[in-house]
Design a protein around this ligand. Structure first.
Ligand code: IDP
Ligand code: MG
Length: 149
């Protein structure tokens, strides 16, 4: 089983899409192992998006991600990193396929509703930035016998 870090960004929270995002994660069969709403601090945002520090959009990205409360999750399951990237869709919502969160609910790359880690290294790094180990809950979903062969 893989772990990944998922965020409903401030635009998703303000637009009432938290339930939609969580619903798609749950219905896919992925397990939510940690869940919190908070304001991301500027320091945490800069650490989270450190790989983009030199990009022209970095200042506006940090402003966006700290502009309101966001929802952070640890999501667990088979190939969870790849599966969550597929559920979210392409970074630019104009390119995102219908049926994906960004394809269904967004238009602007700077307001693309959700985040998910893009590799196992990123997942480990991002989970450690946003959660203490004690906040990550170890349990089984009772339907796992139906979801996994
Ligand atoms: P990802 O969120 O799909 O992993 P990244 O390339 O890692 O995409 O970019 C991180 C975030 O930065 C994007 O989700 C988006 O919010 C923002 N972003 C990326 N490229 C641009 C851009 O060209 N203009 C404005 N914002 C951008
Ligand atoms: Mg990324």
């Amino acid at each position: 089983m893989e772990q990944t870090y998922v965020m409903v960004k401030p635009d998703g929270v303000q637009r009432g899409l938290v339930g939609e995002v969580i619903s798609r994660i749950e219905k896919k069969g992925l397990k939510i192992a940690a869940l919190r709403m908070n304001f991301i601090s500027e320091a945490t945002a800069k650490e989270h998006y450190g790989e983009h520090a030199e990009k022209p959009f970095f200042p506006s990205l940090i402003e966006y991600i700290t502009s309101g409360p966001s929802v952070s999750m640890v999501v667990v399951g088979k190939d969870a990193i790849k599966v969550m990237r597929t559920i979210n869709g392409a970074t630019n919502p104009v390119e995102a396929a219908p049926g994906t969160l960004r394809g269904d609910f967004a238009l602007d790359i700077g307001r693309n509703v959700v985040h998910a880690s893009d590799s196992s290294e990123a997942a480990a790094r991002e989970i450690a930035i946003h959660f203490e180990n004690s906040e990550i809950v170890d349990y089984s979903r009772i339907d796992e016998v139906c979801i996994y062969e």
